[in-house]
Ligand binder design. Structure first.
Ligand code: PBG
Length: 327
C-alpha cells in the first residue's frame, strides 16, 4: 500500500507509541568498563587525551567500582601499567603483578562483578610491541607461550574471562590449552578476533604507556582497508581454537564487521568502542558542539543494532548514570 493509505508517521505520533515499538535498547549489563591500574595507593592520574579516565591504584579503582556497581556496573576489563618494563614482559605474569593484585582485590570485594583481563604484552615490554622481538620483528610462535603463561597467571588470581588482544596466530588455542592444563577449563576467552591496526588507539597508548618504540603494529593487527572476508577468517579460526566470544575493535568504523560476525557466528559478539572514539566525543561535548548523552546513546544503540551483545566503552560510567536517571 502506498500513501495516502500508508502513513509511516503514525508510528511516531506520540511518545507512548514510539516507546511500545522500540526495538533496539541499551541496558546497564551491556557495558564493560575499562580500567587502567598502577602500583601504589591513592594514585589517580588523569589521562589528558581521555577526559574522565585515569590511571589509578587498586584502592582508588575499588572506590570507583563501588560507586558504579550501585548504578548497575556488571563488568570491568583491566589493563596494567607495571612499574618496570623489559624485553620479555615479565611484569605481565608476575604473581604479585598489578593485574594479579587488582583481580584478587576486586573479586574479593565484588565477587559477582565479571572481571575480564586483557592479555597482551605491549604494556609490559620496553619496546612496546605485543610480543617477543627477534631480528627486529615480533616473532609469532615465540610469543605464544608467554601469552599462555600470562592468561594462566590471571586465572590463578581469580579472573572470570581473559581477552587476548595481541593478534598472534594460534594464541587462542595456546591459551585454551594452557588454561585447561592448569585446571581452568571454565575460564572464558573473549578473543579480539578482528582487531585493526587503527589510528583510533592513540589515547589508549598514552593511558597504558604502550606505544611501540619502533615501527608499528601493521604486521600483526589487521589492515584498516582489508577485506571483510579476512575478518571472517579471523573469527572462524578463533572459534575453532576455542574462543567463547568474538570481539571487533574498533567499533565505529567497523559496524559492518560487527554485523558480519553476528550473521556468521553463533557465539556472542563483543565490540570495543576505543579510546580515540571516546576522545572525539569528549572533545566535541567539552566544546558544547554536541549533546553528549544523546550522541553516545545513539552510537551505543547502533553497536547493538549491528549485532553487539557486549560493548566495552569508556563511556560506560556516563551511560550507567544516564540509564539510572531515566528509571
Ligand atoms: C593492547 C591493546 C590496545 C588496546 C586494547 N588492548 C592497544 C593497541 O593495540 O595498541 C586499545 C584500546 C583503545 O584504544 O581504547 N594491545
Amino acid at each position: 500500500m502506498e500513501f495516502p493509505v500508508t502513513r509511516m508517521r503514525r508510528m511516531r505520533k506520540t511518545q507512548g507509541i514510539r516507546d511500545i515499538f522500540k526495538k533496539n535498547r541499551i541496558f546497564a549489563e551491556d557495558f564493560v568498563y575499562p580500567m587502567f591500574l598502577v602500583e601504589g595507593t591513592e594514585v589517580k592520574k588523569p589521562v589528558a587525551s581521555m577526559p574522565g579516565i585515569a590511571q589509578q591504584s587498586v584502592d582508588q579503582a575499588l572506590i570507583e567500582i563501588a560507586e558504579l556497581y550501585q548504578i548497575g556496573l556488571r563488568s570491568v576489563i583491566l589493563f596494567g601499567i607495571p612499574p618496570e618494563k623489559d624485553d620479555l614482559a615479565k611484569g605481565a605474569h608476575h604473581n604479585e603483578g598489578i593485574i594479579q593484585r587488582g583481580i584478587k582485590e576486586i573479586k574479593e570485594r565484588f565477587p559477582d562483578l565479571v572481571v575480564i583481563a586483557d592479555v597482551c604484552m605491549c604494556e609490559y615490554t620496553s619496546h612496546g610491541h605485543c610480543g617477543i622481538i627477534e631480528n627486529g620483528e615480533v616473532n609469532n610462535d615465540k610469543t605464544l607461550p608467554y601469552l599462555g603463561k600470562i592468561a594462566v597467571s590471571y586465572a590463578k588470581a581469580g579472573v572470570d574471562i581473559v581477552a587476548p588482544s595481541d593478534m598472534m596466530d594460534g594464541r587462542v588455542a595456546q591459551i585454551r590449552e594452557d588454561l585447561d592444563k592448569n585446571g581452568f577449563e571454565e575460564i572464558m576467552i573473549i578473543s579480539y578476533a578482528a582487531k585493526y591496526a587503527s589510528a583510533f588507539y592513540g589515547p589508549f597508548r598514552d593511558a597504558a604507556e604502550s606505544a611501540p618504540q619502533f615501527g608499528d603494529r601493521q604486521s600483526y593487527q589487521m589492515d584498516t582497508q582489508s577485506s571483510i572476508k579476512e575478518a571472517i577468517r579471523e573469527g572462524q579460526l578463533d572459534i575453532t581454537e576455542g574462543a567463547d566470544v568474538l570481539m571487533v575493535k574498533p567499533a565505529m568504523a567497523y559496524v559492518d564487521v560487527i554485523k558480519a560476525f553476528e550473521e556468521n557466528f553463533d557465539c556472542p559478539i563483543c565490540c570495543y568502542n576505543v579510546s580515540g572514539e571516546y576522545a572525539m566525543i569528549k572533545a566535541a561535548a567539552g566544546n558544547g558542539w554536541i549533546d553528549e548523552e544523546r550522541v553516545v546513546t545513539e552510537l551505543m544503540t547502533g553497536f547493538k543494532r549491528a549485532g553487539a551483545d557486549l560493548i566495552i566503552s569508556y563511556h560506560t560510567k556516563d551511560v550507567l548514570r544516564w540509564l539510572k536517571n531515566k528509571q
